[in-house]
Design a protein around this ligand. Structure first.
Ligand code: FES
Length: 141
Protein backbone atom coordinates (compact mmCIF):
# COMPACT_ATOMS: atom_id res chain seq x y z
CA UNK A 1 0.00 0.00 0.00
CA UNK A 2 1.33 3.44 -0.90
CA UNK A 3 1.05 5.92 1.95
CA UNK A 4 0.98 9.70 1.74
CA UNK A 5 4.53 9.76 3.13
CA UNK A 6 5.69 7.43 0.32
CA UNK A 7 4.11 9.75 -2.24
CA UNK A 8 5.78 12.79 -0.71
CA UNK A 9 9.13 11.01 -0.54
CA UNK A 10 8.94 9.99 -4.17
CA UNK A 11 7.97 13.56 -5.15
CA UNK A 12 10.96 14.87 -3.18
CA UNK A 13 13.27 12.38 -4.92
CA UNK A 14 11.95 13.24 -8.39
CA UNK A 15 12.29 16.99 -7.81
CA UNK A 16 15.74 16.62 -6.33
CA UNK A 17 16.88 14.57 -9.33
CA UNK A 18 15.39 17.22 -11.63
CA UNK A 19 17.58 19.90 -9.99
CA UNK A 20 15.35 21.43 -7.30
CA UNK A 21 17.17 22.33 -4.06
CA UNK A 22 15.69 21.44 -0.67
CA UNK A 23 14.03 24.84 0.06
CA UNK A 24 12.34 24.80 -3.37
CA UNK A 25 11.09 21.25 -2.80
CA UNK A 26 9.67 22.15 0.63
CA UNK A 27 7.86 25.18 -0.79
CA UNK A 28 6.30 22.94 -3.45
CA UNK A 29 5.28 20.18 -1.04
CA UNK A 30 3.94 22.46 1.72
CA UNK A 31 2.17 24.97 -0.58
CA UNK A 32 1.50 27.07 2.49
CA UNK A 33 0.23 30.15 0.66
CA UNK A 34 -1.90 28.40 -1.96
CA UNK A 35 -5.55 29.37 -2.12
CA UNK A 36 -7.51 32.59 -1.92
CA UNK A 37 -8.27 35.35 0.59
CA UNK A 38 -11.92 36.17 1.29
CA UNK A 39 -11.11 39.76 2.24
CA UNK A 40 -8.43 40.56 -0.35
CA UNK A 41 -7.69 44.22 -1.09
CA UNK A 42 -6.52 43.29 -4.59
CA UNK A 43 -6.88 40.30 -6.89
CA UNK A 44 -4.76 40.21 -10.05
CA UNK A 45 -4.13 37.57 -12.67
CA UNK A 46 -1.37 36.92 -15.17
CA UNK A 47 -0.87 34.33 -17.90
CA UNK A 48 2.71 33.23 -18.55
CA UNK A 49 4.27 32.72 -21.97
CA UNK A 50 3.94 28.97 -21.27
CA UNK A 51 0.18 29.35 -20.87
CA UNK A 52 0.22 28.81 -17.10
CA UNK A 53 -2.00 31.06 -15.01
CA UNK A 54 -1.35 32.74 -11.67
CA UNK A 55 -3.81 34.69 -9.58
CA UNK A 56 -2.59 36.69 -6.58
CA UNK A 57 -4.65 37.86 -3.59
CA UNK A 58 -3.16 40.73 -1.58
CA UNK A 59 -4.41 41.98 1.77
CA UNK A 60 -3.01 45.47 2.42
CA UNK A 61 -3.57 47.61 5.52
CA UNK A 62 -4.04 51.40 5.62
CA UNK A 63 -0.29 51.91 6.22
CA UNK A 64 0.40 50.17 2.87
CA UNK A 65 1.80 47.08 4.60
CA UNK A 66 1.12 43.71 2.96
CA UNK A 67 -0.60 41.73 5.70
CA UNK A 68 -1.36 38.54 3.80
CA UNK A 69 -0.95 36.98 0.37
CA UNK A 70 -2.22 33.89 -1.45
CA UNK A 71 -1.68 32.53 -4.94
CA UNK A 72 -3.92 30.30 -7.03
CA UNK A 73 -1.80 28.59 -9.66
CA UNK A 74 -2.43 26.45 -12.69
CA UNK A 75 1.18 25.62 -13.33
CA UNK A 76 4.29 23.61 -12.72
CA UNK A 77 6.33 22.79 -9.60
CA UNK A 78 8.69 25.67 -10.41
CA UNK A 79 5.81 28.13 -10.53
CA UNK A 80 4.38 26.91 -7.24
CA UNK A 81 7.66 26.94 -5.32
CA UNK A 82 8.59 30.39 -6.71
CA UNK A 83 5.22 31.90 -5.78
CA UNK A 84 5.40 30.52 -2.24
CA UNK A 85 8.90 32.03 -1.88
CA UNK A 86 7.62 35.40 -3.16
CA UNK A 87 5.06 35.43 -0.33
CA UNK A 88 7.74 34.86 2.31
CA UNK A 89 9.70 37.78 0.81
CA UNK A 90 6.82 40.29 0.82
CA UNK A 91 4.55 39.37 3.74
CA UNK A 92 4.74 42.08 6.39
CA UNK A 93 6.60 44.43 4.00
CA UNK A 94 5.51 47.82 2.57
CA UNK A 95 4.15 47.82 -0.98
CA UNK A 96 7.15 49.79 -2.28
CA UNK A 97 9.55 47.18 -0.91
CA UNK A 98 7.58 44.41 -2.68
CA UNK A 99 8.14 46.22 -5.99
CA UNK A 100 11.93 45.96 -5.48
CA UNK A 101 11.83 42.15 -5.12
CA UNK A 102 13.27 40.58 -8.25
CA UNK A 103 13.85 37.16 -9.81
CA UNK A 104 17.32 36.94 -8.22
CA UNK A 105 15.90 37.39 -4.70
CA UNK A 106 13.44 34.58 -5.29
CA UNK A 107 16.09 32.31 -6.81
CA UNK A 108 18.30 32.89 -3.75
CA UNK A 109 15.43 31.86 -1.49
CA UNK A 110 14.81 28.68 -3.49
CA UNK A 111 18.59 28.00 -3.64
CA UNK A 112 18.17 26.21 -6.96
CA UNK A 113 15.61 25.13 -9.52
CA UNK A 114 16.30 23.75 -13.02
CA UNK A 115 17.44 26.38 -15.50
CA UNK A 116 14.51 25.73 -17.83
CA UNK A 117 12.23 26.69 -14.94
CA UNK A 118 13.66 30.17 -14.41
CA UNK A 119 10.81 31.75 -16.40
CA UNK A 120 8.45 30.34 -13.75
CA UNK A 121 10.17 32.59 -11.19
CA UNK A 122 9.59 35.51 -13.57
CA UNK A 123 5.88 34.70 -13.76
CA UNK A 124 5.56 34.62 -9.94
CA UNK A 125 7.39 37.96 -9.58
CA UNK A 126 5.54 39.66 -12.47
CA UNK A 127 2.18 38.55 -11.09
CA UNK A 128 3.07 40.03 -7.69
CA UNK A 129 4.34 43.31 -9.22
CA UNK A 130 1.15 43.55 -11.29
CA UNK A 131 -0.97 43.01 -8.17
CA UNK A 132 0.86 45.72 -6.23
CA UNK A 133 0.75 48.17 -9.16
CA UNK A 134 -2.94 47.59 -9.82
CA UNK A 135 -3.70 48.09 -6.13
CA UNK A 136 -1.71 51.35 -6.08
CA UNK A 137 -3.36 52.58 -9.30
CA UNK A 138 -6.85 51.85 -7.94
CA UNK A 139 -6.00 53.70 -4.70
CA UNK A 140 -4.69 56.74 -6.60
CA UNK A 141 -8.15 57.38 -8.11
FE1 FES B 1 4.69 27.62 -16.89
FE2 FES B 1 6.45 26.88 -15.06
S1 FES B 1 6.14 26.00 -17.01
S2 FES B 1 5.14 28.61 -15.04
Amino acid sequence: MTTEIDTINSQRKMLSEAGYAEPAISYFIEKKYMGHLQDASQISEKVGSCGDIMKIYLKVDDQDIIKDVRYEITGCAGAISAAMAVVDLIKGQPLDKALTINDGDVFKRLENIPEKKHHCIQLAVKTMHQGVEEYQAARAH
